[in-house]
Ligand binder design. Structure first.
Ligand code: F6P
Length: 359
């Protein structure tokens, strides 16, 4: 009998640990199920261009500690809303039927899609069209409700924490207020965790709108208590009460610049100089920490098992210390945000951290 052939793809933004997932899935697929594995390049886009490479055990050797994705990735290429030009206008066309046809032409019997909410939604729709699909959740933002943690998150937190530590010593030397802007889109997890780990004085997150007055008052209180500097960690999606997010590009909803806005809002009212650091994609690049390599490895093996057991339409997830599977359709769009009344926020408040809300 001919060997079954499966495909693996990574979609959306890259994330530390993607290669560890690919490696574990390929090894398990070959060793435990004797599958032949094709790597589909540039996410679902690769299914439209038939961009695929064979993934043998040799092809994935050495990728475990590497950041990025061997299979490359893109935020574009949704086959259901594929960008095209018509009469000089940008339009979207549905190329999903072509995508399904190419999957059959490539002789693929099942696909492991590794990606965030956008990728998961496409995976579910292709699954509804009869493509045997399983999924692995991916995001440094850790904002998917279906899983306790996503790989990449703690690497991003480690990078951000190191940045807080480094800013601490320079803040202390100059009596400055240092503002660090971190990623996380609409969820404040990276800011909250790195702020706590680095001992930030003020943490601003999307889930708790701030007022400039409350930030100023926290800084003045610390001044009175003898502190000579302040560390502020702000999540990129934070906003003032009644205000809106800061965008680098409003049309594509690319967030960025809130740290500069906060600096402008408080500069005239405090005695300290302010400096701003926007950490950006440094949080997403480079080698995953050990925790993320292990979680990614467990996810990759579990995803290959789902295909092996023909449990299609499922996504792997972490619950407690167990890897479980959930329906992709139940996982998509259910986001996980920081609970302003939750233990993490309460812990920070007990330590004197201000969230810019005056509490
Ligand atoms: O969702 C992951 C993430 O890194 C967000 O934290 C951030 O807002 C966004 O992706 C950046 O995307 P891009 O790489 O397209 O700039």
């Amino acid at each position: 009998m001919a060997r079954k052939r499966i495909g693996i793809l990574t979609g959306g933004g890259d994330c530390p640990g993607l290669n560890a997932v690919i490696r574990a899935a390929v090894r398990t697929a070959i060793r435990d199920y004797d599958f032949e594995v094709l790597g589909i390049q540039f996410g679902f886009e690769g299914l439209l261009t038939s961009s695929a490479i064979p993934l043998s055990v040799e092809a994935i050797r050495g990728i475990l500690p590497k950041g990025g994705t061997l299979l490359r990735t893109t935020n574009r290429g949704n086959p259901f809303e594929y960008p095209a030009m018509k009469d000089g206008e940008r339009i979207c066309v549905d190329r999903s039927a072509e995508c399904v046809e190419n999957i059959h032409k490539l002789g693929i019997d099942g696909i492991i899609a590794i990606g965030g909410d956008g990728t998961l939604k496409i995976a579910q729709r292709l699954c509804d069209m009869g493509i045997p699909m399983v999924a692995v959740p991916k995001t440094i933002d850790n904002d998917l409700a279906a899983t306790d943690y996503t790989f990449g998150f703690f690497t991003a937190v480690s990078v951000a924490t190191e940045a807080v530590d480094r800013l601490h010593t320079t803040a202390e030397s100059h009596d400055r207020v240092m503002i660090l802007e971190v990623m996380g889109r609409d969820a404040g997890w990276i800011a909250l965790y790195s702020g706590l780990a680095g001992g930030a004085d003020i943490i601003l997150i999307p889930e708790i709108p701030y007022t400039p007055e409350n930030i100023i008052s926290s800084i003045r209180t610390r001044d009175r208590e003898g502190a000579t500097f302040d560390l502020i960690v702000v999540a990129e999606g934070s906003k003032a009460v009644g205000g809106e997010e800061a965008y680098l590009d409003r049309r594509s909803k690319r967030l960025g610049g809130i740290a500069y806005r906060v600096a402008d809002q408080i500069a005239q009212h405090i005695k300290h100089e302010i400096r701003v650091t926007v950490l950006g994609h440094i949080q997403r690049g480079g080698s995953p920490i050990a925790y993320d390599r292990i979680l990614a490895t467990r996810f990759g093996k579990a995803a290959a098992d789902l295909l092996g057991r023909r449990e299609f339409g499922k996504m792997v997830a972490l619950r407690g210390d167990e890897i479980v599977s959930v329906a992709i359709k139940d996982a998509v769009s259910k986001m996980k945000y920081v609970d302003p009344q939750g233990q993490m926020v309460q812990t920070a408040r007990s330590l004197g951290v201000s969230f810019g809300d005056g509490l």
